[in-house]
Design a protein around this ligand. Structure first.
Ligand SMILES: [Fe+2]
Length: 447
């Protein structure tokens, strides 16, 4: 009996010791939906060898996956650590499958993985997220309660500077807690914000490129060249090495989920979407996505928004005509820490000045769309969903309608919130919920 008790205690300690960061799911380099889906499973450990085995439960019992690989990140202040990766393969689309990790023959972690769905699905979106606040945790728990199939974060993933040490402190523990066990069971997808890219003298900044695993089908970018996230030689070398092929190309990419095509853009100042290389990629991506029922563009910096904060940062406006031409339905952004929704818009720029100045132009506003009885939008609806955890901006504007641009239809800046997208064929429902799960705004779009 005593032997059994000490064995159980040993097993428990081994399980707790096994991880610096518990297993988390990623979409991986898998842009399109296939007959057999895959997901990347990552976890982090101290820099020492371990006999890791990952198994997925299939119809014929537990199936061992390919031997996990790892990269080591050695960027202070954290000690050198390993980022392990295993690809879960042969997943039937839409199914939720049990998986487990063994270390030295001992099961040290078990959960389930939600494979990408080909049809109806629920995706949750929020931005400006992990700052370690109680609001961040409350939103994480409210998100978990909606039981999404995947989460998309619209940038400023981790404050203050997207550092590995900050991920360890207030990203992984919050979104993979017992209260909100999201990361272990559904894939997180995200885009870099201004806080997620290489920063000054911080060697562990831009951990996004080493810690996330997303499609690598974006514009061909080389480190040090225009439009690429600017890493500093001698400062960010360890991060770049640990990122492998993800740096700098994982900044922009596209993927499909259900009937939706997502185009994800790095909107930071260094990326010029008017440059021929980036513009050609964007056009080709949207052109090839006309088969999808819905097209969503996700990025950090909004094209159109009404808050006084970051009013000058609407430099992505010039891409609007291209998005309109290829029938984009929704643009999802963050950066501005509140919730905003526009009427369906068409925009023709007349004056593209220096960056940091709003782009001027003419608007065509669909006044008939109300999201209730008139649900076919003529133009693109722009959503700011940057109230995922960080301190809110301009709460006074919630009740000051005269301070909104004439095309803004909803503005909630006095509480944290997140977006729930329910897509089923030709119907897309968008709801904005607060941390208590209360609905702040809701529209239905149809084709
Ligand atoms: Fe931002």
């Amino acid at each position: 009996m005593r032997l059994l008790a000490s064995f159980l205690l040993f097993s428990l300690l081994q399980a707790q010791d096994a991880f610096l960061v518990k297993p988390y799911l990623q979409l991986g380099d898998a842009p399109r939906i296939t007959k057999f889906e895959r997901l990347d499973l990552l976890w982090q450990t101290e820099d020492r060898d371990g006999a890791w085995v990952v198994e997925v439960q299939g119809p014929r019992g537990w199936q061992p996956q390919a031997v996990p690989t790892f990269r080591t990140l050695n960027a202070p202040p954290l000690a050198a650590h390993r980022i392990y990766r295993s690809v879960l393969r042969q997943l039937p689309p839409g199914q939720r499958l049990p998986y487990r990790l063994k270390l030295g023959g001992q099961v040290v972690f078990e959960s389930t993985a939600q494979a990408r769905k080909a049809g109806a699905h629920r995706l949750v979106v929020f931005g400006d997220a992990a700052n370690g606040s109680k609001e961040q945790s409350a939103i994480a728990q409210a998100v978990a309660a909606t039981q999404p199939d995947a989460v998309f974060i619209t940038g400023d993933l981790v404050y203050g500077r997207g550092r590995a040490s900050e991920y360890r402190d207030h990203f992984f523990p919050v979104y993979n807690s017992e209260a909100a066990p999201l990361l272990r069971s559904i894939p997180f997808i995200g885009v870099v914000g201004n806080h997620d890219v290489p920063w000054a003298q911080l060697p562990d900044a831009s951990a996004f490129f080493a810690y996330w695993s997303l499609p690598l089908n974006g514009p061909a970018l080389k480190a040090g060249e225009p439009n690429a996230a600017p890493a500093k030689a001698g400062v960010h070398d360890a991060m770049v090495a640990a990122a492998g092929p993800a740096f700098p190309s994982m900044g922009s990419f596209s993927f499909d989920y259900g009937q939706v095509h997502w185009t994800v853009l790095d909107s930071n100042r260094y990326a010029d979407w008017e440059s021929p290389a980036l513009k050609a990629w964007l056009e080709a991506d949207l052109k090839a996505a006309q088969h999808a029922t819905w097209r969503i563009v996700a990025l950090h910096h909004p094209l159109f928004q009404s808050a006084k904060s970051h009013e000058e940062d609407q430099w992505m406006r010039p891409i609007s005509p291209l998005l309109e031409r290829y029938h984009v339905d929704l643009v999802l952004a963050g950066h501005v820490h509140n919730y905003q929704r526009t009427a369906p818009l068409r925009f023709q720029p007349t004056k593209i000045g220096e960056r940091g100045r709003p782009v001027e132009g003419s608007f065509q506003v669909d006044e008939a769309f109300d999201g209730q009885t008139h649900t076919r939008a003529q133009g693109i609806i722009h959503i700011v969903t940057g109230a995922g955890g960080a301190e809110l901006y301009d709460p006074w504007q919630t009740d000051a309608k005269t301070s909104w641009q004439h095309w803004t239809r909803a503005f909630v800046s006095d509480q944290h919130s997140f977006t729930v997208l329910d897509v089923d064929g030709k119907t897309l429902k968008l709801r904005q919920l607060n941390a208590a799960g209360r609905e702040l705004d809701a529209i239905t779009m149809t084709k």
